[in-house]
Write a protein that binds this ligand. Structure first.
Ligand code: SF4
Length: 370
């Protein structure tokens, strides 16, 4: 079944880009990562074609340092098991508090963990259980491991089930369980942002499924419930996180993937990232697609080591991070910034303000070191 609209790409063109292999599957984490750098054409093309970025970057001699360590994965699984104990009884108490519900308890259902179950079967079961929960009215339901789908660049992908959908009093909430600590009511901003981006993918996919089922997608709340360990122990605590902003970014990025034809139109028709080719040829093919490297890529994209090495060799200000790029709006290179500061380069119309600031800082620096 289709979760969202199709893409309209030329599948043959994407197959040429990818080489003679199957496109890789996405999961919520990889889809969320799409939203982390929405301006990067290279990532948009690689993801639309379903290129295995991890294999590609290894082929290029840059092993990806990306993803959770085995210890972090074990810790995540351990904490999830604690939160779900007793058919989610403790979780329901937390949800009741954070959502201010009068609900006493909730039915606990799972789409099944039988490895033998095909994904299609589990997805159909998810749709049926969500429909039943939607019709249940005031009775609360916890649905563990809902298996959702999302159309990415014109083909449906399954989303790994690592959240719980909770229905109470007619509203559905995505519940994301993460093992990073909340200390004195505060958690690391980067981790909360990553969890919010990931949860937004589930909200988006659940809303799409609701639309397919003839249900009102707005019944899936933009307030997701983030469950984390409190302080340094294993006691769970729940917080509401509003993911409206993340949903907007995700919509925009998925829209860009659907519109990747515009990027492809500017590329040679025979361009390919086929890993049967020598690394230098694959690197040259990648270099033909504009990238927008920022240090944040290191936490969100397998290609980061390759793109960083490339950006360091090309004098790009963006390689110093988004904060620098925003501060220097309109100036693209380190040499350009130095030229404006020293007065050797005349500012363009949109650079007068930043040029003024650079000259001012340059004067202060000169006075300080003389
Ligand atoms: S690492 Fe490279 S391909 Fe990935 S988002 Fe950053 S610039 Fe784009």
């Amino acid at each position: 079944m289709s979760a969202t609209g199709g893409g309209g790409h030329d599948p043959a063109r994407l197959a040429v880009l990818r080489g003679p292999v199957e496109p890789i599957d996405h999961n919520a984490r990889t889809i969320a990562a799409l939203a982390a750098n929405p301006g990067c054409d290279r990532r948009a093309v690689l993801d639309a074609a379903g290129v295995d970025k991890g294999r590609t970057v290894r082929h290029l001699g840059h092993p990806p340092r990306f993803g959770l360590s085995p210890f972090a994965m074990f810790r995540n699984e351990q904490f999830k098991a604690i939160v779900k104990e007793d058919g989610g009884a403790h979780l329901v108490r937390l949800l009741r508090e954070v959502l201010h519900l009068t609900t006493e308890d909730a039915a606990y259902q799972t789409t099944g963990e039988d490895a033998g179950d095909a994904r299609e079967v589990r997805h159909r079961r998810t749709a049926e259980l969500l429909r039943q929960a939607a019709e249940a009215g005031r009775a609360a339901t916890l649905l563990d491991r809902p298996l959702l789908t999302l159309a990415i660049a014109g083909h449906d992908v399954y989303l790994e089930p690592d959240v719980i959908a909770f229905q109470a009093e007619g509203r559905f909430h995505v519940v994301a369980i993460k093992a990073f600590a909340v200390i004195d009511g505060q958690a690391e901003t980067a981790k909360v942002s990553a969890a919010a981006r990931e949860a937004a993918v589930y909200v988006h996919a659940m809303r799409a499924l609701f639309a397919d089922l003839g249900l009102d997608p707005e019944r899936v709340s933009h307030d997701v419930v983030l469950v984390c360990p409190k302080d340094f122990g294993n006691v769970p605590t729940a917080t509401l996180v509003d993911v409206r902003h993340q949903l907007l970014v995700l919509d925009r990025q998925l829209g860009r993937l659907k519109g990747v034809d515009r990027i492809l139109a500017a590329l040679p028709a025979d361009l390919t990232f086929d890993l049967a080719r020598p690394a230098a040829e694959v690197a040259a093919a990648l270099a033909a697609v504009d990238a927008r490297y920022a240090p944040e890529c290191l936490a969100s994209c397998e290609m980061a080591a390759f793109c960083r090495a490339e950006a360091h060799g090309c004098d790009s200000l963006a390689a110093l991070g988004r904060a620098v790029r925003d501060d220097f709006g309109g100036v693209g290179s380190v040499a350009g910034a130095i030229g404006l500061a020293e007065g050797g380069v005349l500012p363009e119309a949109d650079q007068s303000e930043v040029a003024e600031r650079l000259r001012h800082i340059h004067r202060i620096y000169d006075e300080a070191v003389v």
